[in-house]
Ligand binder design. Structure first.
Ligand SMILES: Nc1ncnc2c1ncn2[C@@H]1O[C@H](COP(=O)(O)OP(=O)(O)OP(=O)(O)O)[C@@H](O)[C@H]1O
Ligand SMILES: [Mg+2]
Length: 302
């Protein structure tokens, strides 16, 4: 097992009476990219700000390589690079000046890597920040973060302002951090933004982590989608254990089924004059839509 870089334990955060983070726990190892996914307002940015001490935790623990981050922000912050979702830049400084300022504030230097990144992300560093588009402001913060040599990199909605080419550059840089044994936290409400680079993920909803694991784990707990053609009326299948959303149109039936019930259900299918059978895993997109949709249904039910 690789070295544990970040350990978050049982973090709770209230805004007045509103319980924004509920016993949030997770960890990130060296060489691991951890995705933090959830719908708007789930608590992703609040978790990051609480971890960094920008908001005060009501209870819980955050450690960076065993050092208490909430009690020792000065030491630990030097070992972290953070790019917020809403990047603020000093309007009258140039992009280049801001990159150097951000680096110095973190105790880092402008290196050949910094110049490489400026060229790679196609940023004109001589322009004043007030003239930058959203994407360019984001690039300034990303370049400063990627050129810092630290243990943990935190990106909150990192590519929301970037065009597809720059998004690829971002993914490439994250992959090289991973190869270099760094720990990376990527927060997003869009699966596609993090899917290609992450090793493990947590899904957060209403301040609580509801699932955690790698993508394969999440897919295997989801139900399978079955489509079949049969010669007889198969309505009775709807009552079998594990069968959900059953529908039959002419000779075609569709339903979802849990993994553990699949073999019993397919055995039963044979009784209806099976002509054709397709079983598919849900796509990741479908999986996430299901998690997000549950939430909006609960909200409507309130
Ligand atoms: N300073 C604050 N005071 C009161 N409530 C807050 C504050 N900051 C955040 N919240 C609330 O906490 C919840 C979580 O917000 P947060 O910004 O962490 O969500 P998020 O997961 O980052 O969402 P998004 O994907 O939109 O960035 C929301 O209900 C939000 O309204
Ligand atoms: Mg956010």
């Amino acid at each position: 097992m690789t070295e544990k870089i970040l350990q978050v334990e049982q973090i709770n955060k209230y805004f007045g009476k509103f319980h924004a983070l509920k016993d949030v726990s997770f960890d990130i190892h060296a060489g691991e990219v951890f995705g933090f996914l959830g719908p708007n307002g789930a608590g992703k940015s609040t978790m990051i700000r609480t971890m960094l001490g920008m908001l005060t935790a009501d209870s819980g623990k955050v450690e960076l390589s065993g050092i208490n981050m909430l009690a020792q922000p000065v030491i630990t912050h030097r070992r972290i690079a953070y790019v917020p979702g809403d990047v603020y830049l000093w309007p009258s400084l140039t992009g280049g000046e801001i990159i150097d300022l951000l680096l110095r504030m973190g105790g880092h230097e402008h290196t050949a890597k910094t110049d490489e990144l400026i060229a790679k992300f196609e940023l004109d560093p001589t322009k004043k920040a007030r003239t930058y588009s959203k994407g360019n402001r984001q690039k300034v913060a990303l370049i400063a973060a990627f050129s810092a040599d630290v243990d943990l990199y935190i990106f909150d909605e990192p590519t929301s302002g970037l065009d597809p080419l720059q998004e690829l550059n971002f993914q490439e840089e994250v992959m090289s951090l991973k190869v270099a044994g760094k720990a990376v936290l990527l927060s997003s409400h869009i699966l596609a933004e993090v899917e290609k680079v992450m090793d493990r993920l947590a899904i957060i909803r209403q301040g609580k982590i509801i699932e955690m694991g790698n993508l394969k784990d999440l897919q295997s707990i989801a139900s399978l989608k079955v489509e079949a053609r049969v010669q007889k009326d198969a309505q009775a299948l709807a009552t079998l254990s594990g069968v959900l959303n059953f529908e039959q149109k002419n000779d075609t039936i569709r339903f979802s089924v849990q993994h553990q019930d699949l073999s019993a259900v397919t055995a039963e299918l044979a009784k209806y004059g099976l002509i054709d059978l397709k079983v598919a895993m849900p796509t990741l997109e479908e999986l996430f839509m299901a998690y997000y949709r549950d939430e909006s249904e609960e909200e409507h039910a309130k």
